[in-house]
Design a protein. Structure first.
Length: 128
């Protein structure tokens, strides 16, 4: 095993241990604390959150079940097409053929962290 791979592996193990100790300390402490933004997603501002809750009301002409079904269908189609594009590009591009499949899989999973909220927002906007 090359020395640089060993160093990277040891650094990753140290990072995992440090985060585990941090979370255990936060769990043991009496007062709740924020651990940061999960998944790198920014929280909406209070003005935007109020506007979003008002815009999520179904139109008076349609039934709420039908609106939710259409929104969920649009979200699912966007998510499926996005995943099809992501995985096709990751495993189909000639420049990425020499990359380890585990690394490509991690990139594909992390891309879904941004694709899923995008699909949800687009699905809810299409039914306004």
């Amino acid at each position: 095993m090359r020395i640089d791979r060993l160093i990277v592996a040891l650094l990753l193990i140290a990072l995992v241990i440090w985060r585990l100790i941090r979370y255990v300390r936060l769990g043991i402490s009496g007062r709740p604390r924020a651990l940061g933004l999960p998944g790198g997603v920014f929280l909406p501002s209070s003005g935007q959150a109020g506007a979003d809750s008002e815009s999520e009301r179904p139109p008076s002409g349609r039934s709420p079940v039908r609106v939710r079904l259409i929104g969920a269908s649009v979200s699912a189609v966007i998510w499926i097409l996005g995943n099809l594009l992501i995985w096709t590009f990751l495993f189909g591009l000639p420049k990425l053929r020499d990359a380890p499949p585990v690394l490509l899989g991690v990139v594909g999973v992390f891309a879904n962290f941004y694709l899923i909220p995008f699909a949800r927002r687009t699905g809810s906007r299409c039914c306004e």
